[in-house]
Design a protein around this ligand. Structure first.
Ligand code: UDP
Length: 311
């Protein structure tokens, strides 16, 4: 008997890669998405796969499934600062009402539940690198508040279902991730810089470019998340790549990797843009025996090859 996984946001960047991994490990997958930021292109290769069933629906509405379910992976959400600035209410609804519905499925089916949380719950962090014990520094009313607070609520609701209803739950805090299937125009730094570089257009570095991020390749991230779901650890775990760099260094790296003629231009720094971000992954290393394997140069080669087909 195959195990059944439900993936919300299955047509998104991470949801579709997770779906592929689950199918390759022998799961049946029921994917849900309403295509607000997901794309049918990310799952079109699964057409005709008897182990994959797709339901087009908004996960803030009641989710009706008439079969047993073993795992619920809640990945539905806009994830780019530009997206959630445009649709802050939908972002808050999917993080709150959507998490409630997904937890309801897990409770009803006696399934294990994993929520895709985020390094954004640490806000503009005052502790560096960020450990899971850090409570964060988030502006509730700033432009990122809709996403950050929805994800913080999602974590709190997950723990409430765990404590009150004894649902088996997992919380992954996902740090910046990149790879094929990111949307070219989603506004995040990886697709923005790569598409600018491939068109030999100016690379738009925000602020002075001294803010830092740490980028994890998607296959590493999904493997870490899979191990977390299969572990018996029910407190939050950071998954990300701890190799940290400034956005100026990252722009240079993209110019080098694409052999672009682009020059760097500086644009205003968006409000509340975190100044530094780097995961402390000691927990993942110890508990999941996981650490990232794909170095940036390799991950970028694969990502750039994908974007070349899209620009
Ligand atoms: N960024 C940039 N130029 C761009 C897009 C983003 O310099 O065209 C910067 C942004 O200010 C942030 C970092 O790159 O400091 C990562 O931004 P992203 O939107 O990818 O995600 P975040 O980590 O801020 O959620």
């Amino acid at each position: 008997m195959k195990q059944t996984s439900v993936v919300t946001g299955a047509a998104g960047f991470l949801g579709s890669h997770l779906t592929d991994l689950l199918l390759s490990r022998g799961h049946k997958v029921i994917g849900l998405d309403n295509f607000v930021t997901g794309s049918v292109d990310n799952i079109s290769h699964l057409g005709g796969n008897p182990d994959f069933k797709f339901i087009q629906q908004d996960v803030t509405e009641f989710i009706f499934l008439d079969c047993p379910v073993d795992y619920v992976w809640h990945f539905a959400s806009p994830a780019s600062p530009i997206d959630y600035l445009k649709i802050p209410i939908q972002t808050m609804k999917v993080g709150s009402l959507g998490t409630h519905k997904a937890l309801g499925v897990a409770k009803n089916k006696n399934a294990r539940f994993l929520v895709a949380s985020t390094s954004e719950i640490y806000g503009d962090p005052l502790v560096h690198p960020q450990t899971e014990e850090y409570w964060g520094n988030v502006s509730t009313i700033g432009p990122r508040g809709c996403y950050d607070e929805a994800k913080r609520f999602a974590e709190a609701l997950t723990m409430a279902y765990h404590r009150e209803h004894k649902v088996e739950t997992r919380i992954v805090r996902i740090f910046n991730t990149y790879g094929p299937r990111m949307r070219l125009n989603d506004g995040r730094v990886v697709p923005a810089f790569i598409s600018q570089a491939l068109k030999n257009k100016p690379i738009t570095v925000f602020g002075k470019g001294t803010q830092t991020r740490s980028f994890c390749y998607v296959s590493d991230l999904i493997e870490g998340i899979y191990r977390l779901m299969m572990s018996d650890y029910d407190l939050p775990v950071n998954i990300g790549n701890p190799v940290e760099m400034t956005m100026l260094q990252f722009a240079d790296e993209i110019i080098r990797a694409t052999k672009s003629k682009s020059k760097i231009v500086f644009k205003p720094l968006p409000q509340d843009d975190p100044k530094q971000r780097k995961p402390d992954i000691s927990k993942a290393k110890k508990i999941l025996k996981w650490e990232p394997k794909v170095v940036l140069a390799q991950g970028l080669t694969d990502t750039i090859a994908y974007f070349r087909t899209k620009v």
